[in-house]
Design a protein around this ligand. Structure first.
Ligand code: ACO
Length: 356
């Protein structure tokens, strides 16, 4: 590792994002379960989600976003010191998904590690990335999920909520004159007492797979207490936002754009209401991508920048909540706007029959 030398701080110097080409509309879910656009859209704000193609694994999706991010930065992958992949849908039990991503990128000097932090893993992981970047160690942080491979396609109460994709951020020591989101504060918390409320309990060492469990479809079962998750997502995202701002010495009136985890539109709206933030200051693309877990903030960020919604000097607040329960917020100051490369396939033709 490089000699320990604290710098003035660290920032996000480039963003990459990728969503698979297959787009699936709510209507198509009726082929699999008893549901409809009329049920899904008003409760979630979701219309479509992108679904990985057969054989398109988490490492492939993550590497695509990572590669786009490095291209945007003009960075040689060999100069990376860390590849961190935040995912709840890993390539396999072992080794870490990040190892496959590191090999694919050619980041041969980087340490490769996974973070399993639920939907807030990307923001919490930013805290780790920022700490290493301060020591002059460039970090590629990728949030990636291929939830279509992990969820139960016969469970309408969870499956319709999710989508696949990846967002990546290159985190480096700040350099004067180079566009970056200066990371002003990161606030992250976990309350493991609610670990059983939301997650995928089968297939690990606590509940190993048996032929009976697989026969009954439990290997894909996602446990989720929807209303309890909803309530906690709203209160904890609002608390994290306020706590991060307070630690940064700022208030809500200083914030120009909020980029929240894209779980569902009702959660986003309820957080905005609780914080009394006008809707035009809150970015949303959940209608297009559904809930992409730890990928959602990177994808949202890429689209917000491409839409010109973040300008130099502005303050950006990101906030997320997920299984654990874990929640996190981060405050950034736009010292210029970092470059973005995104391959999000927004205009892709809607597909039929892509289910597993
Ligand atoms: N289509 C049709 N009916 C459905 C579907 C579906 N896809 N899913 C559930 N239902 C049924 C249920 O079986 C239930 O029927 P019942 O009353 O006969 O038992 C009924 O709909 C429940 O309906 P509502 O009470 O209107 O549902 P609610 O308003 O609670 O909304 C939702 C459900 C959208 C899941 C909500 O609880 C929610 O958003 N929770 C947060 C969950 C979340 O975002 N999880 C993602 C992971 S965590 C994160 O990222 C923050």
């Amino acid at each position: 590792m490089a000699p320990v030398e604290d710098t003035a701080g660290a920032g996000i110097v480039a963003i990459g994002a990728y969503a698979p080409q297959h787009r699936m509309h709510n209507d198509e879910w009726a082929q699999y379960v008893d549901t409809s656009d009329v049920w899904i859209y008003p409760r979630t704000g979701i219309k479509t989600r992108h679904i990985a193609a057969a054989g398109e694994s988490t490492a492939m999706v993550a590497a695509r976003a990572g590669s786009l991010c490095l291209e945007a930065a003009g960075m040689d992958p060999a100069d990376l010191r860390w590849v961190l992949v935040s995912t709840d849908t890993p390539e396999m039990w072992n080794p870490a998904t990040a190892c496959f991503v590191q090999a694919e990128l050619g980041a041969r000097r980087a340490v490769a590690l996974d973070l399993t932090g639920g939907c807030s893993g990307f923001v919490a992981g930013l805290g780790l990335a920022e700490a290493r970047a301060r020591l002059r160690e460039p970090v590629l942080l990728i949030g990636c999920e291929v939830l279509s491979q992990a969820m139960d396609w016969s469970d309408r109460s969870t499956a319709v909520l999710f989508g696949d994709g990846a967002g990546a951020a290159l985190v480096m020591p700040r350099e004067p004159g180079k566009p970056a989101f200066e990371i002003v504060n990161i606030y992250a918390r976990t309350d493991g007492r609610d670990a059983g409320i939301l997650g995928k309990p089968y297939g690990g060492t606590k509940n190993p797979l048996t032929p009976e469990l697989v026969r009954d479809g439990h290997h894909h079962r996602i446990v989720m207490h929807g209303p309890y998750v909803f309530k906690n997502a709203v209160t904890k995202m609002a608390d994290a936002a306020l706590s991060s701002l307070e630690e940064a010495g700022l208030t809500l009136s200083d914030v120009d754009l909020v980029v929240p985890h894209q779980a569902n539109q009702r959660i986003i709206d309820a957080v905005a209401d609780r914080l009394k933030i006008p809707r035009e200051k809150v970015f949303s693309n959940v209608e297009e991508y559904a809930n992409t877990g730890s990928a959602s903030i990177g994808i949202a960020l890429a689209e917000a920048i491409e839409a010109g919604l973040i300008r130099p000097g502005q303050v950006v607040l990101t906030v997320a909540f997920g299984s654990g329960f874990s929640w996190a917020a981060s405050v950034w100051r736009a010292a210029g706007v970092p470059p973005v490369r995104a391959e999000l396939n927004r205009g892709a033709v809607l597909t039929k029959g892509v289910g597993t």
